[in-house]
Design a protein around this ligand. Structure first.
Ligand code: GLN
Length: 303
C-alpha cells in the first residue's frame, strides 16, 4: 500500500473543503486558530511514516488526552477504577451533566469529561505529579521531547471551565472524586492543553496498534488492556456521534475539540488527522471525511 500517495491524494481532493465546520470558540486560544489548516499522518506498524498537508503543525490535543490518561490509570490500575467509571457510550454531549445525578456520580465512560475527571482523580491518587507524568508519557510515546502544555489554553480552560468545575464538585458530593476537585481540574485542563502535531500524535498512538508496546519494544499496557482501550474508542471515542463514526470510518478513534482525531487499525497503523472546523457533535468535519476516504480506499476497517 502506498500510503504516502494516498494521503497526498486525500489532502488534495479535500482541499476545496478546508475551513468547513465551526472552530471551537469556548476559549479565545481555540477560537483564533486558522480554520483552513488540514493535516494527516499515518505510521505503519513497521515504523514507516507518511504525512500530507499541515501534518507538522502543533494543535491542542484536547480530549485525545483522555486516551493517555486512561492508559496511565490502567498502568497503575486500582481494582476499583471500573466501579468509579462505566464503559457505555453516553449518547449525550461530552460535557453533559444529566446522567450523573441518576447514576450516583458515576460517569458513563472515561472519554467524556466527567469520566476523564474521575480517571484524573485516580491518577492523582497514585502519582506524585500526575500533570507532569502524563506529559512525560506523551513525550515518550510521540518522541517529541519538547512537547509541552500550551499555557494560554490551560489558563483559558481554567477561567471558563464552569461546567467541568460543576461536574467535578458534583461527583465529589457523591464521593466519586477523592482528592481536591480543584487539583483534579488543574491536571485535567493541562492534559487537554498539550500541543502535538499529526505526525507526533500518530507516533504516540502506535502502542494502541501494536499490542500495547511502542515500536522500540517498551510495553505500556498488556495486549488485553490495549484491546480494551480500543474497544472503548470504538464505542465512546467520538462523543454522541460514535455510531455514525463507526459506520463511516470503522476504526477505534478518539477526537478532540481542537480538531484532531487519533485513529488506529490494530496490527496495521496509527493515524492522526487534524482540521479545526467541527461538526455539531464536536468532531473535526474534514478529519472524519479524510478518515472515511482512507478506510474506503484501502478497504481496511476493524469490521
Ligand atoms: N477541554 C475540553 C473540555 O473540557 C475538552 C473537550 C473535548 O475535546 N471534547 O470541555
Amino acid at each position: 500500500m502506498d500510503y504516502s500517495a494516498l494521503l497526498e491524494e486525500i489532502v488534495d481532493e479535500l482541499a476545496g473543503q478546508r475551513g468547513c465546520g465551526r472552530v471551537a470558540d469556548y476559549i479565545p486560544p481555540l477560537a483564533s486558530v486558522d480554520p483552513n489548516q488540514f493535516g494527516i499522518a499515518l505510521m505503519e506498524a513497521d515504523g514507516r511514516e507518511h504525512v500530507a498537508g499541515d501534518a507538522e503543525v502543533r494543535f491542542s490535543i484536547q480530549s485525545i488526552s483522555k486516551v493517555f490518561s486512561l492508559t496511565l490509570a490502567m498502568q497503575h490500575a486500582r481494582d476499583d477504577l471500573w466501579q468509579r467509571v462505566g464503559r457505555e457510550p453516553s449518547g449525550n454531549r461530552f460535557n453533559s451533566l444529566v446522567q450523573l445525578e441518576h447514576e450516583h456520580g458515576i460517569p458513563r465512560n472515561p472519554f467524556i469529561n466527567a469520566g476523564a475527571l474521575v480517571v484524573t482523580d485516580v491518577i492523582l491518587e497514585v502519582l506524585a505529579d500526575a500533570k507532569r507524568t502524563l506529559l512525560d508519557l506523551v513525550r515518550q510515546l510521540s518522541g517529541a521531547a519538547d512537547a509541552g502544555f500550551d499555557d494560554a489554553v490551560a489558563d483559558a480552560e481554567a477561567a471558563s471551565g464552569h461546567t467541568n468545575r460543576a461536574m467535578a464538585w458534583f461527583m465529589k458530593g457523591f464521593g466519586n472524586l477523592r482528592g481536591d476537585p480543584e487539583a483534579v481540574l488543574d491536571a485535567y485542563f493541562h492534559h487537554c492543553a498539550i500541543a502535538l502535531s499529526c505526525r507526533e500524535l500518530a507516533r504516540a498512538g502506535m502502542y494502541l496498534a501494536h499490542r500495547g508496546c511502542t515500536l522500540d519494544g517498551t510495553c505500556m499496557l498488556s495486549p488485553q488492556q490495549t484491546q480494551r482501550i480500543n474497544a472503548m474508542m470504538v464505542t465512546c471515542g467520538a462523543y454522541d456521534a460514535v455510531g455514525d463514526f463507526a459506520y463511516r470510518v470503522g476504526l477505534p478513534a478518539k477526537s478532540g475539540v481542537g480538531g484532531g482525531i487519533l485513529a488506529v487499525l490494530p496490527g496495521h497503523f496509527s493515524a492522526c488527522v487534524w482540521s479545526p472546523g467541527l461538526d455539531s457533535a464536536g468532531n473535526s468535519m474534514l478529519g472524519i471525511r479524510a478518515l472515511e476516504a482512507l478506510t474506503a480506499r484501502t478497504g481496511l476497517s476493524v469490521f
